[in-house]
Design a protein around this ligand. Structure first.
Ligand code: ADP
Ligand code: ZN
Length: 424
């Protein structure tokens, strides 16, 4: 679709959803009135910047059903966010909403090269978390075979993967890493499995982690992105070019704003991602601030898809820690650990404040074959990691090498940082 045709379509859909929200949701009506904007003011997609933002706190304040814009009898499913960053929030879907969501997921899976003859093992958690059922519906839509294992029970999962000949696996990248480790421990050669595609998302992961997972599992690994408020997984996904994540922008309209001034950034610049759901009726989200930091690229992709591409998520703005005045993202540590053949990519950052100074501790694991009781070797290894982190991040960490297998393995979203500081 040409850019002009897309903007035309987005404008038409925006007008409809804004009117729907205004007429059916007391929350949006009040918000728009306070902001001095009326549905009649929205004439094209360019007018979107006249609308007020919605934030996570609005969902919490209206817990559980205050943001629904249809009678509850038209809501046919509820989900809730896993609450990585606080109290859970609830979302509701109409039949049409579920259909649009699975359409989005199906577009991702098709772009990954999956089709009817694939057997897709869903190892995202089933339940209130959107990952399991969201991916599940997408697999059904493309007519592939769903293997709904959910997360956990890792050895049994791997047994089934072997017996059934799963050709694709959908889970968080941290769970994929744990699975690869378990496959090795079970004495299975990953190259003898039928797996060919990994569908990884729900948490940030780096290019180095992609290489690692592709190598360990003998697959091609694709990124899938989404968030509960906007539907769930599948808001966007990579294509075969793996040069950005296509956002299905006829369904989810993306903007990038400066998180401080709240103004749109120059095209291509980094900032906070904001979404408006153009075709979600149960609980429409108007200019929802995701807290995810990224950029958008409107150049046409080599794959021929014309939907905009989003860069890798650097991290959430609330995932970022400020330690001794320096911005630190867990993904930076992940990348660095993967540069070292001696370390496992498992780590735990702990930050505290002692005598008015921030402490910055990182627990890391050395691979069993490099673990030794020769203290001088470990000290040297530790020094190399310390100076590498210091040069990339800008501050010196206190590295603690722990026994192989000590750091908790994750079957869902990994918890990689704990901030013990008290901010009043
Ligand atoms: P919670 O907010 O409780 O973690 P969600 O499952 O809704 O619940 O999480 C959505 C968030 O997960 C996104 O806003 C983003 O920060 C992160 N996320 C999802 N997919 C990806 C991805 N492919 N890459 C990086 N981050 C992702
Ligand atoms: Zn593409």
């Amino acid at each position: 679709m040409s850019r002009d045709a897309m903007r035309e379509l987005q404008g038409e859909k925006l007008k409809r959803i804004v009117r729907h929200a205004y007429e059916n949701s007391p929350f949006y009506r009040t918000r728009f009135d306070e902001h001095g904007v009326h549905p009649d003011d929205i004439k094209s997609i360019d007018d979107i910047t006249r609308l007020p933002f919605t934030i996570k706190k609005d969902l919490r304040d209206n817990y559980p059903f205050g943001l629904m814009a249809v009678p509850m009898s038209d809501i046919i499913r509820l989900h809730a966010s896993s609450g990585t960053t606080g109290k859970p929030i609830v979302v509701g879907y109409t039949r049409q909403d579920l259909d649009n969501w699975s359409e989005a997921v199906a577009r991702c899976f098709t772009a990954f090269g999956l089709g009817k003859s694939d057997l897709v093992q869903i190892s995202y958690g089933y339940g209130l978390f959107t990952g399991g059922l969201g991916a599940h519906d997408g697999v059904q839509k493309i007519g592939a075979t769903v293997i709904p294992t959910s997360s956990g029970n890792t050895q049994k999962q791997i047994q089934l993967m072997q017996d059934f000949g799963s050709t694709a696996i959908a889970c968080t990248p941290s769970y994929a890493l744990y699975m690869a480790e378990t496959i090795r421990k079970m004495g299975i050669d990953a190259r003898n499995l039928k797996l060919r595609i990994g569908i990884f998302g729900a948490e940030p992961w780096t290019a180095e982690m992609r290489r690692e997972l592709q190598e360990q599992l003998g697959i091609k690994a694709y990124d899938i992105y989404g968030l509960t408020e906007i539907s769930g997984p599948g808001v966007g996904g990579e294509c075969e070019c793996q040069n950005g994540t296509h956002i299905w922008e006829d369904l989810f309209y993306p903007e990038i704003i400066d998180p401080v001034t709240l103004q749109p950034v120059e095209p291509g610049q980094k900032g906070e991602l904001v979404f408006t759901t153009l075709d979600k009726w149960g609980m429409p989200m108007i200019r929802y601030r995701t807290r995810d930091l990224t950029s958008l690229n409107y150049d046409i992709c080599d794959c021929g898809r014309t939907c905009v591409r989003m860069g890798k998520i650097l991290g959430r703005s609330d995932d970022m820690m400020i330690i001794r005045g320096v911005n630190v993202f867990p993904s930076q540590i992940e990348s660095i650990l993967l540069e070292f053949p001696e370390y496992e990519p498992y780590f735990l950052i702990e930050v505290d404040r002692v005598n008015n100074t921030d402490t910055f501790d990182i627990q890391v694991e050395v691979k069993p074959e490099f673990y030794t009781d020769q203290i001088n070797l470990l000290v040297r290894l530790r020094q190399r990691l310390t100076s590498r982190i210091q040069s990339v991040v800008g501050i010196q960490p206190n590295i603690r090498i722990v026994q192989p297998g000590t750091i908790e393995r994750s079957t869902g979203k990994a918890k990689r940082a704990i901030d013990h500081r008290k901010f009043e």
